[in-house]
Design a protein around this ligand. Sequence first.
Ligand code: PGA
Length: 250
Amino acid sequence: MTRVMIVEDAEAAGEAAAELIQAALATRPEPVLGIATGSTPLTSWAALARRRLELGRVRAFALDEYLGLAPGHPQSYRAVVDREIVRPLGLDPERVQTPDAADPVHGPARYEEAIAAAGGIDLQLLGIGRNGHIGFNEPGSSLASATRVALLSEETRRDNARFFGSLDEVPTRCITQGIGTIRRARRLLLLAFGEHKATVVAAAVEGAVSASVPASAIQLHPDATVIVDEAAASGLVYSAYYRASWLETA
Ligand code: PGA
């Protein structure tokens, strides 16, 4: 089953996530981390950085990248990843990949090959969009999809406009790992905070597995953990059971 951990706030979630990430990275000499951008993972990166681990051998793959931004654009996910993850954690930038926005034709297949060549992803960190997306797999995406070029939904573009000067500046297309790609990671760790995520968290964890809620694909994964704060957990029907289960297995 999906393990659900309900914590007080994003800070506590970051600490718990850092613990799980550290454990996953200890399983192989050259471990592979699946990284996510967005505001949700920031407390996890901060908690991980505070641990001052030697992470120079870690390989990492980002979930997605915008198409159509000028190279080096500060909101390109390559730039965000370098700024918010690579530098604070002391990762080797040469070992960190983002989908190649310069080659939307061959880049997606090459990205799949690079993940496979690295031995697959040991732990994939995930945020969740208010519409249920993981990566940029918008509602309607196949639960078996591969890395590909995809269109951003209007809702996602509006949500991400806060990082750009205006809605018009938000790209309309991206390259994203597919849901099939994400499901091949050995472990999934999905984080969500805040009241505005409560409905979609309940749909993803307790609703029907459906392309209409791409994050519901985590229910098909044998090793998926969801860490939510009390507000994001407020729509869950079985929260008492999750709390008891977590204590049982911790
Ligand atoms: P957020 O985005 O972390 O900024 O809320 C999550 C997502 O869109 O996947």
